[in-house]
Design a protein. Structure first.
Lengths: 242, 340, 537
C-alpha cells in the first residue's frame, strides 16, 4: 500500500480519499464485496452437492463413512482457533503492539499449516485406497458397500436410479469427486490465506501498521474468517451427513 | 382470427405446415409480427418524427424543460405489460399442446437415438433404421444417406429419444417442433402429421464435427401404406434359420477379434464361460448372489467384469470400458442372442 | 447552469503528458491511462473477433462444402465460430464499455480524483490481459471447437484445449469481478460533496447496476468453469452421464451467469445512450428516476430468467413457463427506457453529429432486437426458433446493433475529452452509414433463415437457404468496411484532429467541466454539486 508513515508516526491517506477513515471505510466495503463473490462461488458448489446428494443419498451416506470425523473435527477446532488468533493479530495492531501482533499472526499461519498437514494425511490415505474422483477410482469395496446399503433400504423409497444397482456402483465415485473438488478448492484458499497473513505479518514486523492504519490486516482477517466459515459448512456436509 | 392473420404474408417465410399445431403456431407468429411491427412503428416512427421536427435550427435553441410525466410512465409500462401477458398466455397454451404427450395406447411410439453423427430409429416391431457405416466428411446434404422415419398420417406419433454420446436436438421445422436429446436420459416429442410427404429433420444442438451433416427425413404415409411399410421392412431374426440381423453380424466380427480367445460358442470351457445358452440364463456368482443374464448384466460384465465373477471361474477378464463403444456392446449382445 | 462551481484549470498539463515513457504507462494507476490501455486492447481483440466473423460468414457464402469459396473442413469452421464467440463475448463486449468508458469517466463524472482502488484497477487490467493471452494461446495449442457456451458432454469429450479456454474465461471473469467491485465502492464512497445518488449521471447508474451484476453472477461462472476443468482432468462425474452426472445441470449453471452477463453487456450501453440523447437534444433526460430504477430492476430480474435458454433442454414444462413469464417482465423496464429516450427528443434541439447518429442507430436496432426477444421468451414460439438463425439474428441485433452502436457512439462522443482533439465528423458519419446498412443487410435475412428452419452453428446447409446466406455475407463486408472507416476516423483524429475545447458538444455532466484532456488529478479542486446532471435550461 502506498501508505507512508511519517517521522512523527502518522499515516497519510491516498490522495483520492478525504481522510484515513474515508479510505478505511472504502477498503472495508471493497473486501466485503469480494467476500460476497467468494461465498457465491462456493455456494454454486454447495448447490451442486445438495442436488446430487438428494438424487443419490446412499452414495453420500456411505461415502461420508470413509471420512475420519475425528480428523475433521480437529481441523475445525484448528481453524476456529486460527480465526481467534487472527482477530488477536488485528487487535494488537490496533493497540500499537506490533510484537504481540506478529506472534498472533504467526500462530495463525501455524494453524493453517496444521490444517494442511492433516489434509495431507487425509488425502494421501484416500489416494492410497483408490478413493479418488471417477477417472482414477479403484475401490470396489466402497461400491459394494453402496450396493449393500441400498439393498437394505425399503423398496418404496427407491427411485429408478437407486434401484439400478449397477448404475449406483458405476457412479459411486461421484462422492469423492465432490469431496476432492470442495475440500481442494477450500484448501487452496487456506494456502492463499496463509500467504496473505504472512504478508501482513511481515509488514507488521516492519512497523508499517498502527492504530491509525491497519486496514490490510483487517482485510486479510475478513478473508480468513470467510475461509473459516466455509469450512464450518463443509465439515458437517461432508463428514457428518452420515 | 387465425384465417385473418394468416393472410399476412408472414407465413410465406415459414416452412410448409405439416401439422395442425404448426398452423396454430403460424397464426401466433403472425400476431407477434403484426404487434411488433406496430410497436416498432410507434417507437421508430416517433423517433424519426422527433428527429426531423425538432432539428436544431440555431446554436441558441431553447428547449423545453420536461423532467418526467408519471402518468405517461405508467401508461407505457402498463400497456406493454398487458400485451406481453397476452403473448405469454397464448404461447403457454401452444407450448402445453406441443408437450402434452398422447397416451401410449393411442400413439405410435418410435424410439430415436441420436449419435455423433446420425439419427437412428427403432420401431416396436423390430425395425431398426441404423446409419450406414462410414458416412464421410465429403458427403453432401444432397447425398447423405438420410435416415427415413416412416409415420402414419393423421395418427399421433410419440418419439422416445435418447443420445449415445453428447446432446443433440431433434428438430422438424415443418412441424414447428424440437426437443433436445440427452445421453443418460429419455426425452419425448409428439406430433400428428396432417399432410402426406417428406419433412426435413435437422440436428439442432451443436454436437461436434458433423453437426450440420446429420439430417433425417420423416415420411408421412397414409395408414394402410404405413402398415405395409412396417410389414415389408420387418427384420428376420432368431438363430436356426440362418437369418441374422445386421447388428449380430457386426457383433460376430467383434467376437472373432476380441472374445474368441477366452469364450467358446459350443459349450466348452476355455478361460471364461461359454456363450452358448448365455443370454437370459441365470448366472451364479462367487459371492453367492445370482442374476439373469440380461442386457444390463451383459453390458456390465463387458465394461467392468470384476463387479460380478461367475462361480468357479477366475477373475481374469480385463475391463473393456473405453475400448468398446455402446453400439459395439449392443452388437455383441445381439450376437449373443443369436448364438443361444 | 453547469454542475460544477470549480475553477477550471487551463494549461497543457494533462494525464497524457503528465509522465512520459512506456513504463509510466505500464505501471500507471491513473484510471484514465488504464482506460486508454483497455481501449487499445479491446479494439485489437475486436479486430481479431471481427476477422473470425468474416471467416464464418465467408464460409457460409456457399451451402455445400465443395462449392465454398473458403475451402475448409467442418472442424475448422467450428473453430472459427467458437473463437468468434469467445473473443467477442469475453474479450470485447463484457469488458468493453465498463473497462474503457467506466474507467475513464466514472471518477470524473463523480468529481473524484480516481477510482476507490487504483492499484486494483491496474491489476484488473493485467488479469484481463492474462486471460486474453490464455484464450489466444489456445489457438496455438489445441484450438477450441465447443462454441463459447462449452455445453457438456461435448466439452468434456472433445480433444481441443478446453481446460486452457475455461481457465482463460475464469481469469477474465476475475478481472470483471475486480472492476465491478472497484466501481461499486467508487460510486458509494467517492461522490463529490452535494452529489446525491439522484444527481449522478445515468451513465453512472448504468455502470453501478452493471457492477452489481458482475459481483453476483460472475462467481457462478467461475465455479462452473472450474468444474468443467475438474470433469476433464479427474472425471469427477458432475456433468458426464456415464459417471452419474447431469449434462443439463451444466446448462443451468452456465446460463445462471450468462444471462445476467448479457445485461452486463447492455446496461452500460444504455447508460451511454442516455448521455448521448440528452446532450444532442440539448434537453434534460425525460424520466431520470424511471431510467435509473429500471437499470436496477433489470439487474435484479436478470437473475431469475436463465431458463429461457433451456425451454427444450429437457427442463420441466412448469419451469419453462415460469421462466417465460418472468422474462416477459424484464421487457417492461427495457421498454420504459426506450420510451423515455424518445420522449427526451420531444421539443428538444436535435443535431445528428456522429455520436447521435449512432444513438439513433441504437434505438432502431435495439428495438428490433428487443421485440424479437419477446418472441423468444414465449415458450410456444421458442420451440420452433430455438437454436436456429432467428436466435443468432436476435442476439446480434441487441449485442451489435445495441452494445456496439452505443460503444462506437460513445467513442466518438468522448474522444475529444479523452484525447483533446476532434474527429472528422464526415468520416464518422460515413462509418455509420456502412455499419448501420451493413448490419441490417447481414442480420435481417437471418431472422427469415431462422423462421425457415435453418439451424445455427451449421457449416453445411440446404441449398435452398443459400441466397439469404449470400446476402448476409455481403452485409458482413459492409460492416467490416464501416468499422475500418471508424478506425481511420479515430486514428486520423489522434494524429491530426482539430484541437478540442473542454466542452465541444455543450453537454452538462461533470466531465465536460474539466479541460480536454483532463489533468492528472481530474479536477484541481473537488467540485461541489448543486444541481442534477442534465440541467439544459
Amino acid at each position: 500500500m502506498s501508505i507512508v508513515k511519517t517521522e512523527d508516526g502518522h499515516f497519510h491517506h491516498a490522495h483520492h480519499f478525504n481522510s484515513l477513515s474515508h479510505q478505511y471505510d472504502s477498503a472495508k466495503q471493497g473486501v466485503w464485496l469480494f467476500m460476497v463473490t467468494e461465498i457465491l462461488m462456493f455456494g454454486g458448489l454447495f448447490v451442486a452437492y445438495l442436488i446430487y446428494k438428494s438424487l443419490y443419498a446412499p452414495i453420500f451416506h456411505v461415502g461420508s463413512s470413509y471420512l475420519d470425523w475425528r480428523l475433521g473435527s480437529i481441523n475445525t477446532v484448528v481453524l476456529i482457533t486460527s480465526s481467534f488468533t487472527m482477530a488477536l493479530g488485528i487487535y494488537f495492531n490496533q493497540k500499537n503492539k506490533p510484537k504481540q501482533a506478529v506472534i498472533a499472526l504467526a500462530l495463525t499461519i501455524l494453524c493453517a499449516l496444521a490444517f494442511m498437514v492433516i489434509k495431507y494425511f487425509e488425502y494421501s490415505h484416500k489416494i492410497h485406497l483408490g478413493l479418488v474422483p471417477g477417472k482414477y477410482f479403484t475401490n470396489t469395496e466402497f461400491q459394494n458397500k453402496v450396493a449393500e446399503y441400498i439393498s437394505n433400504m425399503p423398496i418404496e423409497s427407491l427411485t429408478p436410479a437407486l434401484s439400478d444397482a449397477n448404475l449406483m456402483k458405476k457412479i459411486a465415485p461421484l462422492y469423492f469427486g465432490f469431496y476432492f473438488v470442495m475440500t481442494g478448492l477450500h484448501g487452496l484458499h487456506v494456502v492463499i490465506g496463509a500467504c496473505l497473513i504472512f504478508w501482513v505479518m511481515v509488514k507488521t514486523a516492519k512497523g508499517q501498521f498502527g492504530a491509525e492504519y491497519y486496514t490490510p490486516v483487517e482485510g486479510v482477517g475478513l478473508f480468513w474468517h470467510i475461509v473459516d466459515l466455509i469450512w464450518i459448512y463443509l465439515f458437517p456436509l461432508l463428514y457428518l451427513v452420515g | 382470427m387465425n384465417q385473418w392473420l394468416s393472410i399476412f404474408p408472414a407465413t410465406a417465410f415459414m416452412p410448409i405446415q405439416g401439422t395442425e399445431i404448426a398452423g396454430k403456431i403460424d397464426g401466433y407468429y403472425a400476431f407477434l409480427l403484426i404487434s411488433s411491427l406496430i410497436s416498432g412503428l410507434i417507437l421508430i416512427g416517433g423517433m424519426t418524427a422527433f428527429v426531423v421536427q425538432y432539428k436544431r435550427r440555431s446554436a441558441n435553441d431553447k428547449t423545453a424543460y420536461i423532467t418526467h410525466n408519471t402518468m405517461l410512465e405508467f401508461t407505457w409500462s402498463f400497456i406493454p405489460f398487458v400485451i406481453m401477458m397476452v403473448i405469454f398466455f397464448w404461447g403457454k397454451n401452444i407450448f402445453n399442446e406441443l408437450r402434452s404427450m398422447p397416451d401410449a395406447s393411442e400413439a405410435e411410439e418410435i424410439h430415436v437415438v441420436g449419435v455423433q453423427w446420425a439419427w437412428n430409429f427403432k420401431y416396436k416391431n423390430g425395425i431398426k433404421q441404423y446409419t450406414k457405416e462410414g458416412i464421410s466428411a465429403e458427403n453432401k446434404i444432397g447425398n447423405v444417406e438420410k435416415q427415413i422415419m416412416a409415420v402414419p398420417l393423421g395418427k399421433p406419433v410419440k418419439l422416445v429419444m435418447t443420445s449415445n454420446d453428447v446432446i443433440h436436438s431433434f428438430y422438424i421445422p415443418g412441424f414447428r417442433n424440437k426437443q433436445d436429446v440427452i445421453p443418460g436420459r429419455y426425452t419425448s416429442l409428439w406430433f400428428k402429421a396432417e399432410k402426406e410427404g417428406e419433412f426435413q429433420v435437422y440436428c439442432t444442438e451443436y454436437c461436434g464435427l458433423q453437426h450440420s451433416q446429420m439430417p433425417a427425413t420423416i415420411r408421412v404415409m397414409k395408414e394402410p401404406d404405413y402398415k405395409a411399410w412396417l410389414e415389408a421392412n420387418k427384420p428376420v431374426m432368431a438363430a436356426g434359420d440362418g437369418g441374422m440381423n445386421e447388428m449380430a453380424m457386426k457383433g460376430e466380427e467383434i467376437y472373432d477379434g476380441k472374445c474368441k480367445s477366452c469364450h467358446s460358442l459350443d459349450g466348452t470351457r476355455v478361460v471364461g464361460p461359454t456363450w452358448k445358452g448365455l443370454y437370459g440364463a441365470k448366472r451364479e456368482f462367487a459371492d453367492g448372489s445370482s442374476v439373469d443374464a440380461d442386457e444390463n448384466y451383459l453390458k456390465e460384465s463387458i465394461l467392468n467384469p470384476a463387479a460380478k465373477i461367475v462361480k468357479g471361474y477366475p477373475p481374469a477378464m480385463p475391463p473393456y470400458a473405453g475400448q468398446l463403444s455402446d453400439d459395439e456392446i449392443t452388437q455383441l449382445i445381439e450376437y449373443m442372442k443369436v448364438v443361444k | 447552469m453547469s454542475q460544477s462551481t470549480a475553477h477550471v484549470a487551463t494549461g497543457q498539463d494533462n494525464y497524457l503528458n503528465h509522465e512520459k515513457g512506456i513504463w509510466s504507462w505500464l505501471s500507471t494507476v491513473d484510471h484514465k491511462r488504464i482506460a486508454v490501455m483497455y481501449l487499445v486492447s479491446v479494439l485489437t481483440f475486436f479486430l481479431v473477433g471481427g476477422i473470425f466473423a468474416l471467416l464464418v460468414r465467408g464460409a457460409l457464402f456457399n451451402a455445400l462444402p465443395e462449392n465454398k469459396i473458403i475451402q475448409i473442413t467442418p472442424d475448422v469452421y467450428n473453430q472459427f465460430m467458437s473463437y468468434h464467440g469467445i473473443i467477442m463475448v469475453f474479450m470485447v463486449i463484457v469488458p468493453g464499455i465498463p473497462a474503457i468508458f467506466g474507467n475513464f469517466l466514472l471518477p470524473v463524472m463523480l468529481g473524484a480524483k480516481d477510482v476507490a482502488f487504483p492499484r486494483l484497477n491496474l491489476a484488473s487490467y493485467y488479469v484481463y490481459m492474462a486471460g486474453a493471452a490464455l484464450a489466444v494461446g489456445t489457438l496455438f495449442v489445441g484450438k477450441i471447437d465447443t462454441g463459447w457456451t462449452f455445453y457438456t458432454p461435448y466439452s468434456i469429450k472433445t480433444s481441443t484445449s478446453v481446460v486452457m479456454a475455461v481457465l482463460a474465461a475464469f481469469t477474465m471473469g476475475m478481472a470483471s469481478i475486480l472492476t465491478g467491485l472497484n466501481f461499486i465502492v467508487t460510486t458509494h464512497k467517492l461522490r463529490a460533496p452535494g452529489q446525491t445518488m439522484n444527481k449522478i449521471p445515468l451513465f453512472v447508474w448504468a455502470i453501478y447496476a452493471t457492477s452489481i451484476i458482475q459481483i453476483l453472477a460472475t462467481p457462478v461462472l467461475g465455479i462452473t468453469l472450474l468444474l468443467i476443468g475438474a470433469e476433464r482432468a479427474l472425471g469427477v462425474g458432475i456433468f458426464d452421464p456415464n459417471l452419474g452426472g447431469d449434462p443439463v445441470l451444466f446448462q443451468h449453471f452456465f446460463w445462471f451467469y450468462s444471462h445476467p452477463a448479457v445485461y452486463i453487456m447492455i446496461l452500460p450501453a444504455m447508460g451511454i445512450i442516455s448521455e448521448l440523447i440528452s446532450t444532442f437534444s440539448r434537453k434534460t433526460i425525460f424520466g431520470y428516476t424511471a431510467i435509473a430504477y429500471s437499470s436496477l430492476a433489470i439487474a435484479a430480474v436478470s437473475f431469475l430468467v436463465w431458463g429461457h435458454h433451456m425451454f427444450v433442454s429437457g427442463q420441466s414444462e412448469f419451469a419453462g413457463i415460469l421462466f417465460s413469464v418472468i422474462t416477459m417482465l424484464v421487457g417492461v423496464p427495457t421498454a420504459i427506457k426506450l420510451f423515455n429516450w424518445i420522449s427526451t427528443m420531444y421539443k428538444g434541439s436535435v443535431r445528428l453529429d456522429t455520436p447521435m447518429l449512432y444513438a439513433i442507430g441504437f434505438l432502431f436496432l435495439f428495438t428490433i432486437g428487443g421485440l424479437t426477444g419477446v418472441w423468444l421468451a414465449s415458450t410456444g414460439m421458442d420451440v420452433h426458433f430455438h437454436d436456429t438463425y432467428f436466435v443468432v439474428a436476435h442476439f446480434h441485433y441487441v449485442m451489435v446493433g445495441g452494445v456496439l452502436m452505443a460503444f462506437t457512439g460513445g467513442l466518438f462522443f468522448w474522444f475529444p475529452k479523452m484525447f483533446g482533439k476532434m474527429t472528422n465528423d464526415t468520416l464518422g458519419r460515413l462509418s455509420w452509414v456502412f455499419v448501420f446498412t451493413g448490419f441490417n443487410v447481414t442480420f435481417f435475412p437471418q431472422f427469415i433463415l431462422g423462421a425457415l428452419g435453418m439451424p445455427r452453428r451449421y457449416f453445411e446447409y440446404h441449398p435452398a437457404y443459400e441466397p439469404l446466406n449470400q446476402i448476409s455475407t455481403v452485409g458482413s463486408w459492409l460492416i467490416g468496411l464501416g468499422f475500418v472507416i471508424a478506425l481511420v476516423a479515430i486514428i486520423h483524429g489522434l494524429l491530426s484532429g482539430e484541437k478540442a475545447g473542454a466542452n465541444p458538444w455543450g453537454s452538462k455532466t461533470l466531465e465536460w467541466q474539466t479541460p480536454s484532456p483532463p489533468p492528472h488529478d481530474n479536477f484541481p479542486i473537488t467540485p461541489t454539486v448543486t444541481a442534477g446532471p442534465y440541467e439544459y435550461r
